[in-house]
Design a protein around this ligand. Sequence first.
Ligand code: SAH
Length: 253
Amino acid sequence: MKPVVFIGAGPGAADLITVRGAQRLAAAEVVLFDALTDPALRSLAPRARWIDVGKRGFCDSTGQVAINALLVRQAQSGRAVVRLKGGDPSVFGRLEEELQALAAAGLEAEIVPGVTAAIAAAAAAQRPLTRRGSGRSVSLTTAMTRSGELQASRTAATEVFYMAGRQLGALSRRLRHAGWPAATPALVVSRAGWPDQLASDHRVDSLAEAGVLHAGRPTVVTVGVGAEPIAASRQRDPAAAQRPARQEARLQP
Ligand code: SAH
């Protein structure tokens, strides 16, 4: 039996997949893919059978069980199976359930990492996620819990929230509750890595205003040090680089 290859497709345009990911995809006979992956990726495996498991019916928890079963069935057929996931498979991708299902069936897996949305957002807005001296830790957090309740935290210098795009007002209140000062920079980036990516600057207490601009698009919210803009003068002056930036610039790459 061939190992099932989990491939991170990256956050957007097909050219953000890794070279290894593209090579493994080219060798696939069956590809199980999610809604977020770029249709242009299909050209990397034109002869494979592409199965959309991001469609309705596969999205809820029963859907996950069906995906696991399909994955196992396809792998047991002896075909070269790829499981293509948006971003990185290990980040909010329900990878553990699929790995467990394969292990339970005695099947092997290989994982090819991808560019996760937090990293793509940092690149889109040119905001390094870590900063010397001031930004020494980054946390990736899903704003949504199993019960559908919104959650926020303050555990790192920079906190990146996934799956919060529809509830920015609620996220703002939860962040304040978690102890983030009202004026903390909050960067909102949607469709990071795509040609139409958008980024906008806010404060923790005014996050709700980003809702209209990013409506209906996959969005991450970066809060804290990693959301601060890099000003040209600050780059040249190491002493000034220690001071936090307080800029309200709006930016749309
Ligand atoms: N495995 C993926 C995350 C899947 S969860 C990864 O590593 O990126 C889906 C969430 O990811 C979305 O709700 C959104 O918060 C975020 N996301 C995915 N693609 C994105 C993109 N191109 N731009 C901004 N956020 C994105």
